[in-house]
Design a protein around this ligand. Structure first.
Ligand SMILES: O=C(O)c1ccccc1NCC(=O)[C@H](O)[C@H](O)COP(=O)(O)O
Length: 270
């Protein structure tokens, strides 16, 4: 039987975690996490930004399984600064190497170059990775409901909370939203990318947003290209966005980020 992309990623990730644990024992990672720079509030920053305008998690993404290489001229520090200058609220940094050409060092460099809170964008299965995320300086982790059980999700979320970090809970369908709501995290990600076909459709957010109660924050993820897309999604209750590829393909990343955040609803243009 052919494996799905998440199954393939999980297989190499579990090997990677075992190798990392052998190379750097948990106690050492925990000591590094305890010495890491203080946590920057991630969800709070998004909430504040989304009251005034939109919250934007701008992603530092070199490549992807669906698109291959996205940006050849890739300097995480410069990109982090450009995103901050353009008005992004938070950063997302891919640390997975085999599928996204990401690196742990990218997160460390990006965070050091700006004052924004940072999400470790990776496939999390083990609380060891949460300690590792904090040791790099991450302020938030991603929990993908499609790749973990309810018990694993709760365990990862608890570990993040113990470090004072936030967790973004990612969903792709109504059943996953229902499971995500059993957790405590405020941020419910709705990913518009179908992980089997890699196609993106904003209809996913249009459909799933009604399953998310008002006290949680919808983070609309993937396939967002224009300010109009954001305004469209805002009508469905999403005022916080996670955007990678469309910004990564721009020469002037700060300018493109600024243009994306020019909210036509606020300007009275809609
Ligand atoms: O981006 C992919 O091709 C991908 C494939 C398999 C699993 C996850 C994938 N992407 C992770 C993401 O969630 C996105 O990087 C993020 O939402 C930003 O999406 P985009 O703005 O479309 O780059």
């Amino acid at each position: 039987m052919t494996q799905t992309i998440l199954e393939k990623i999980k297989a190499y990730k579990l090997e990677e975690i075992a190798a990392d644990k052998a190379a750097v024992p948990l106690e050492e990672v925990e000591a590094l996490a305890a010495a890491a720079p203080p946590v920057r509030p991630f969800a709070d920053a998004l909430l504040t930004a989304s009251i005034e305008n939109y919250g934007l998690i701008a992603e530092i993404k070199k490549a992807s399984p669906s698109k291959g290489l996205i940006r050849a001229d890739f300097d995480p520090s410069a990109l982090a600064k450009a995103y901050e200058d353009g008005g992004a609220t938070c950063l997302s940094v891919l640390t997975d190497t085999p599928s996204f050409q990401g690196a742990k060092q990218f997160l460390i460099d990006a965070r050091a170059a700006c004052d924004l809170p940072v999400l470790r964008k990776d496939f999390m299965y083990d609380t060891y990775q949460v300690a590792e995320a904090r040791s790099m300086g991450a302020d938030c982790i991603l929990i993908i409901m499609a790749s973990v059980s309810d018990a694993q999700a709760a365990e990862l979320e608890d570990a993040a909370t113990q470090y004072g970090m936030d967790a973004l809970i990612e969903t792709h369908n109504a059943a996953e939203v229902e499971r995500a709501l059993l957790l405590k995290s405020r941020m419910i990600g709705i990913n518009n990318r179908n992980l089997n076909t890699f196609e993106t459709s904003l209809d996913t957010t249009r459909t799933l947003s009604k399953h998310v109660p008002g006290e949680r924050m919808i983070v609309c993820e993937s396939g967002l290209n224009t300010a109009q897309d954001l305004a469209d999604m805002a009508r469905f209750g999403a005022r916080t966005f996670l955007i990678g590829e469309s910004l990564m393909r721009q020469e002037d990343v700060a300018g493109a980020t600024r243009n994306l955040l020019a909210n036509p609803l606020r300007a009275g243009g809609m």
